[in-house]
Design a protein around this ligand. Sequence first.
Ligand code: HEC
Ligand code: HEC
Length: 261
Amino acid sequence: MKPKVLLSRVGLWSATAAASAALLIGIAPMTAKAVNIPTEVTEDGKNTYKKYCSPCHGEEGKGDGPLARSMLPKPRDFTRGAYKFRTTPSGSLPTDDDIYRTISYGVPNSTMIPWDILTDAQRASVIPVLKSFSEAFGVRKPDPSISVGLEIRPSEKTVAEGKKIYEEKLECWKCHGVEGRGDGPSAAEQEDDFGFPIKPFDFTTGKFKGGNSSSDVYLRFTTGLNGTPMPSFAKELTDEQRWCLTHYVLSLIKPEENKEK
Ligand code: HEC
Ligand code: HEC
């Protein structure tokens, strides 16, 4: 599924229909195609990286390419092996599929575009190059992906249950704000591990960086975003509570405010 399709469908959502729409599109998160991801750095990979990625991510993957200077959020510095968008637990390296997916999907609300001008093979070829920038991949393996179970049926009840978790149990509002606008009382002081200011995501925009499907949202607060203050809530919730929280977060999208975006 192309991200553009996903995003325009989100525009059709009303706040109450959001959760049930999530069920329809949420069961088909974008997964890496069955492409062969090379295990070693190849000439193709090096050339593709140099031409398309290094202007932002830098020759040595330090996130310091010539275009990076005035950019915020900064292009990822790959040297620490800290990846935000993963299916793996907090602190773990990402899987190759996770990286492939980000390259294909891009990162909405940043200058990282979906790289659909590259062929599947080119996108796969840069993965060993990115990994070669960090020693972590030489000494550790990614932990197994978290398996996302079957989504429970979204309803007013799951949304109301999720709201309680958001407001009372886990206090997501402290960073993300009561209405999910990324303006909670702790929002202003947030920094990433590289010392750059970072905003808690504004859910009302609907353009989730890690993907808009319900399983994407479920994974984001379960895995946390490595290298950022967004923690992992892996142990606090049952599977059912996770879906409730997911439905509530998706209900915060305000399609009517984002028509032009
Ligand atoms: C115009 C600048 C730009 C170019 C060119 C670019 N990126 Fe990015 N990239 C970014 C920015 C900015 C981010 C960080 C976005 C964020 O964290 O919100 C990013 C993040 C990423 C991530 C991080 C994923 C994660 O989970 O943390 C990966 C992987 C990535 N880029 C791969 C690539 C590859 C591969 C290419 C070349 C095909 C590329 N990028 C080209 C700007 C760029
Ligand atoms: C300490 C502050 C903080 C708390 C508490 C917090 N978050 Fe976050 N969250 C962030 C930040 C910062 C980001 C943005 C990271 C980025 O843009 O790279 C984020 C991102 C996210 C995303 C990813 C959105 C995307 O773009 O894909 C989701 C989903 C999310 N938070 C859900 C939650 C939920 C649910 C809770 C409560 C259980 C919560 N957060 C609690 C700081 C926080």
